[in-house]
Design a protein around this ligand. Sequence first.
Ligand SMILES: *[C@@H]1O[C@H](CO)[C@@H](O)[C@H](O)[C@H]1NC(C)=O
Ligand SMILES: *[C@@H]1O[C@H](CO)[C@@H](O)[C@H](O)[C@H]1NC(C)=O
Ligand SMILES: *[C@@H]1O[C@H](CO)[C@@H](O)[C@H](O)[C@H]1NC(C)=O
Length: 247
Amino acid sequence: METTIQIKPLVFRCFFFSLFLSMLFLLFLCRQATTKPPTYVDTNTNTDLRIRPGYTSYEAYIQRQLNKTLNDKLRRIWTTRDWERKIQIFSIFFTELKHKNLLSNSSKSLSIGARVGQEVEALKRIGVSDSIGIDLVPYPPLVIHGDFHHQPFHNETFDFEFSNVFDHALYPDKFVGEIERTLKPGGVCVLHVALSRRSDKYSANDLYSVEPLKKLFRGSELLYVRTVDGFGLDTEVVFRKRVTLRS
Ligand SMILES: *[C@@H]1O[C@H](CO)[C@@H](O)[C@H](O)[C@H]1NC(C)=O
Ligand SMILES: *[C@@H]1O[C@H](CO)[C@@H](O)[C@H](O)[C@H]1NC(C)=O
Ligand SMILES: *[C@@H]1O[C@H](CO)[C@@H](O)[C@H](O)[C@H]1NC(C)=O
């Protein structure tokens, strides 16, 4: 008699104990899933693109970027000594792209992270009249306010996008995602990046090959990679957004 009475609670106790253990295990799994840091690039398999540590928040990142863009001394240099020289060099780059039929006078064009807009001015001067730039600090009329992580444009707006600030992207997948979103199908993106040298202290990432770019530009095909001499940037990488058939 005694034993059967004892067994029942024991069975129950075992049952509840195992239930308790399962719950603990489930909780543990949930925590694992939610506490994982947001990895925008698989840093284990993709060491050719490294996000620089040290940004505690997106706000801190923006503040740091603004610090360079708003620097009075730099702005004076950009708009005086650098102005004409940079426009000349950008004009040569863009004219070459015209000869390759990647850009034309009728291309609606965007320069990403254009600062005071020398590249926008260069595009206009060679005849690409519908050109605009975005930056955190506007410089009208060439450059309007815009964060390249959240471009202020509708889907499929541009035929051509240019940027030489990929290294400033804290979230490279958003940087590229926004380009692919706002390019028209068949639109062209030209990036000038530094592969063999490290860029400045305001950079948010370091790129060591074009492989990470190929992965990030999921909806595009790589047209070519070539060496250039573009204000400390050594490589031109050109993608074309795929034309996908809609159902
Ligand atoms: C911005 O620059 C000022 C001085 O130039 C410096 O004191 C400040 O710490 C900088 N802020 C950031 C977020 O880098
Ligand atoms: C493009 O614009 C430039 C500058 O206005 C002009 O010289 C050139 O002839 C134009 N090209 C075409 C193909 O219309
Ligand atoms: C714009 O493109 C994004 C990404 O390609 C897509 O998720 C979104 O639904 C599109 N928005 C509109 C209004 O078509």
